[in-house]
Design a protein around this ligand. Structure first.
Ligand SMILES: [Zn+2]
Ligand SMILES: [Zn+2]
Length: 280
């Protein structure tokens, strides 16, 4: 079994309206790409902040600008397709009850929990770049992984997205000098306690860092802590479905991971991991 659960039906760009991208023809393009990549389980996880309902959780100016679509219309659309229904939901400290209410009111197959922001600034967004405010990599990495630990521990989510997203810029932003395992540690502890599935994401291969999320040392710590993995590309275009899976599967193989998480109506089971059919 191969899955691709963390994907978006549209790029993160202006004018990517629901009308244009939430169409049967667009879904067919993603399904075709999945068939070609040997992916049996395909699910979509649109960013929660693109829906007006997300403003109940947070009123960050970026969210105010992005929240245009209706979450229930999205759920209804996806339920009319062969895709699994997911959502990528940011962990917003202090909004746990409202997040739970938003998620529990819909019949998602799974919820991908993300940390993109530390405080008001983002680790992966040039418009809200955390590095402009704080040049101190020790502080940024520490705060990022503390937020990731809280995200895991909240119990709100099934899958922990791109677990070391803070490295996205690679050498283009300051990197901490100490062994990164120091920063991973609190997150791994929270992953172990919560039982959340760790996302092995190939998205980092398409970013300046040019690496899988999580880094091999982080993934190894997760394995040691008994974590299970979910497999995704974080595609924003059909041609990115299953991108880099040969690398992802090689990484999991080296770690001795033979099974991946499969989700239906927020129930998780483990399936034997399949083989990549494409090299890219
Ligand atoms: Zn994300
Ligand atoms: Zn995403």
């Amino acid at each position: 079994m191969l899955t691709d659960y963390h994907l978006h039906l549209r790029p993160d760009e202006p004018d990517t309206t629901a009308e244009r991208y939430f169409t049967a023809a667009n879904v067919e393009r993603y399904l075709d790409a999945a068939r070609e990549a040997g992916i049996e389980e395909l699910g979509v996880s649109e960013h929660v902040y693109r829906f007006t309902q997300a403003l109940d959780l947070w009123r960050h100016p970026f969210w105010e600008e992005q929240a245009r679509d209706d979450l229930d219309a999205y759920c209804e659309f996806v339920r009319g397709t062969p895709l699994r229904l997911g959502v990528e939901c940011d962990f917003i400290p202090g909004a746990e009850d409202r997040t739970a209410a938003l998620l529990e009111a819909r019949d998602f197959d799974y919820v991908v929990g993300s940390v993109h922001f530390v405080g008001e600034q983002a680790v992966d967004h040039e418009g809200w770049d955390v590095w402009e405010r704080s040049g101190d990599p020790d502080e940024v990495w520490r705060r990022y992984f503390e937020a990731l630990a809280e995200c895991a521990r909240s119990g709100l989510f099934d899958i922990l997205a791109h677990p070391d997203l803070v490295k996205v810029w690679g050498g283009a932003r300051p990197l901490p000098e100490r062994d990164p395992r120091f920063y991973y540690e609190p997150a791994v502890e929270a992953i172990a306690e919560s039982g959340i599935a760790v996302e092995l994401s190939t998205a980092g291969l398409r970013k300046p860092v040019g690496e899988l999320y999580p880094a091999p040392a982080f993934a190894a710590m997760c394995v040691e802590a008994g974590a299970s993995f979910a497999l995704s590309s974080d595609a924003h275009l059909p041609e990115q479905v299953g991108f880099g899976y040969a690398d992802a599967l090689a990484c999991l193989g080296e770690l001795g991971v033979r099974e991946i998480c499969v989700f239906e109506r927020r129930q998780r089971r483990l399936e034997t991991l399949g083989a990549a059919v494409r090299e890219d």
